[in-house]
Design a protein around this ligand. Structure first.
Ligand SMILES: Nc1ncnc2c1ncn2[C@@H]1O[C@H](COP(=O)(O)OP(=O)(O)O)[C@@H](O)[C@H]1O
Ligand SMILES: [Mg+2]
Length: 415
């Protein structure tokens, strides 16, 4: 009676051992059977897709099938008798640190048993394979063995990655779709609003001009009778300012309703920017700001209504000037990108809260005392009618960038 460890559980249990004797004929038969069964088992391992490696008590390879050799990228037989760590890439060797620790008791409670490792191996074909490695242990009469099952999961990982990539692409497409949809909704709203605006603007404009003329006459008369400093004259000035405000709104509405009369022709955006920069130079200086213009000399011409696009850039510059405190910088640049001619107007101004960023393009949204809230709505409507886009990015307290994109003609440099 002696004590050995149970091969499956690793627990020490008493087993009986019989003394060796000459094999009887029935023993020879048994040996044959055993050999055959072992061969069957080995054939099974050899034809398996998984790599099987067994490490002996000294942590050297005692058996390894063909798949294991292929995964480790070595010729058949090269693994045998070698410490397996020699074939494991540097990055994963730490996973097998427990092998160096000969204390089998620490192995018995070891956390590596049943753990699933993920390795990248350079197989015989020379390309990286993603391999899942499962470790287990078994104790026999001759000592403690470690089994490794290596499963090539490259295809799965690749498929997972491809799935992730296409998911991200889908997400992007969805966002594009959402943007396009909201632009479309805005466009529809503009169209309806445009018709209405035209009617109202015409109705309002004439009496308004009459009203303004009358105010002027009244002011002249009163100045003669009461003197230029009289209170009533101050009130009239206030009224006159309010009339101007209404006139501005009406003017905005009229422009709103008119974009359909666009006259498009091939135009050079650099020229458009230069003209607008000239117009903006004086207000920029008056506000104590600097204006920085960068134009891309290679930008192809685009089909635009120059007047309208000038108006868009002017609106953006005007907003930038109004948003930027003295000493700040405004810049305008052009570039070609992904099939678009891009015009960017940036400022170092107050910025726009993230929650407001979508609202600023809505008609009548304004945070200014004398604003109409029509500048951006009108600008976006013009750009959309050119087949383009107008978007904004902003960091509160740091500044904003407005990006006008106009499609480059087919065949133009789409870098
Ligand atoms: N460059 C900018 N920086 C910060 N806020 C801006 C900028 N441009 C536009 N905005 C915000 O968007 C609003 C709408 O602009 P807009 O349609 O041009 O109308 P308005 O200039 O008459 O207010 C502005 O009132 C302002 O709050
Ligand atoms: Mg404005």
């Amino acid at each position: 009676m002696s004590t050995t460890a149970n091969a499956l559980t690793g627990s020490s249990e008493p087993t009986t051992m019989t003394p060796m004797a000459d094999p009887s004929p029935s023993d020879v038969e048994l040996l044959h059977e055993l050999r055959e069964s072992e061969e069957r088992l080995w054939t099974m391992l050899e034809t398996a897709e998984e790599g099987f490696v067994t490490l002996g008590p000294d942590s050297r390879v005692v058996s390894a099938n063909t798949a294991a050799h292929t995964l480790f990228g070595v010729d058949y037989g090269e693994l045998m008798g070698q410490p397996v760590t020699r074939f494991v890439p540097e990055a994963h060797r730490e996973d097998l640190a427990f092998l160096a620790d000969g204390d089998s008791r620490s192995r018995r409670n070891a956390p590596w048993i049943g753990r699933r490792l993920e390795w990248t191996l350079r197989g015989t074909e020379g390309n990286d394979r993603f391999v899942e490695v499962e470790l287990s242990r078994h104790v026999t009469r001759t000592g403690e063995y470690v089994s490794m099952i290596l499963r090539d999961v490259t295809e799965r990982i690749r498929a997972e990655r491809a799935l992730k990539a296409s998911h991200a692409e889908l997400q992007r497409a969805l966002e594009d779709l959402k943007r396009a949809q909201s632009a479309l909704v805005a466009q529809e709203r503009f169209a309806a609003l445009g018709e209405l605006a035209l009617g109202v603007a015409h109705e309002v404009n004439n009496p308004l001009q009459g009203f303004k003329g009358r105010l002027q006459l009244m002011a002249d008369d009163l100045r003669e009778c009461l003197g230029a400093e009289h209170m009533v004259l101050k009130d009239i000035r206030l009224l006159d300012e309010q009339v101007d405000r209404i006139a501005r709104i009406v003017q905005g509405l009229l422009t709103f309703a008119r974009p359909s009369t666009a006259k498009r022709a091939a135009a050079d955006l650099k020229q458009v920017i230069a003209t607008v920069a000239e117009l903006a130079a004086s207000p920029v200086r008056a506000a104590g700001l600097t204006l920085d213009i960068q134009t891309d000399a290679a930008l192809p011409t685009v089909q635009i209504d120059v007047q309208q696009v000038q108006q868009v850039i002017l609106n953006l510059l005007q907003n930038a000037i109004q948003a930027t405190p003295k000493g700040g910088r405004i810049s305008a640049r052009t570039l070609a990108q992904d099939g678009w001619a891009v015009i960017e107007v940036s400022d170092t101004g107050c910025g726009i809260p993230a929650t407001e960023l979508n609202k600023i393009f809505e008609p009548f949204y304004t945070t200014k005392e004398k604003g109409t809230g029509l500048g951006l709505a009108l600008s976006r409507s013009i750009v959309i009618q050119h087949g383009g886009r107008l978007d904004a990015e902003s960091a509160l307290g740091k500044g904003s960038t407005f990006r006008v994109r106009i499609p480059l003609p087919e065949g133009a440099d789409r870098s």
